[in-house]
Design a protein around this ligand. Structure first.
Ligand code: ZN
Length: 138
């Protein structure tokens, strides 16, 4: 079995952003030389996510509005923020949107349905954050 590891770095301009990282992950699969296996992509911070969905701007606005309704940004609303932090909402948003994705690699490519794309979801940005890509197989 072969394995390949890569780290991707992000430093978003805004506090909250969704970034399509599909082509970077496809590039990592290519570099790995693995043709049959699994590809894990996970956020290494507890206030950001990696998830799979449609690359459609309206949907991304809907995600943002929905998350803001469930866990609105606001310092005084949360016990976590009594510690001096202001990112309780980002921890909750991350939990809803998920830590990681696992995708099958078949014949050297991500084996996706027609509309599946991989996104990095940032909920407490404007600082350096890391994502792990690990590909295993043969
Ligand atoms: Zn925190």
């Amino acid at each position: 079995m072969k394995s390949y590891t890569e780290y991707m770095w992000f430093n978003t301009k805004n506090r909250r952003e969704f970034i399509n990282i599909t082509s970077e992950v496809e590039e990592a699969v290519k570099k790995s030389g693995i043709t049959e296996g699994l590809c894990l992509v996970n956020a290494m911070h507890i206030t950001s996510s990696v998830f799979i969905n449609d690359d459609e701007g309206g949907l991304h606005k809907d995600f943002d509005a929905w998350l803001e309704k469930l866990a609105p940004f606001g310092k005084e609303k949360y016990s976590h923020n009594l510690t001096g932090e202001d990112n309780a909402d980002a921890h909750l948003k991350r939990t809803i949107m998920g830590r990681e994705i696992v995708a099958a690699v078949t014949k050297g490519k991500l084996d996706f349905g027609p509309w599946e794309q991989i996104f990095y979801g940032e909920f407490d940005g404007m600082r350096k954050k890391r994502v792990l890509v690990k590909i295993i197989g043969e």
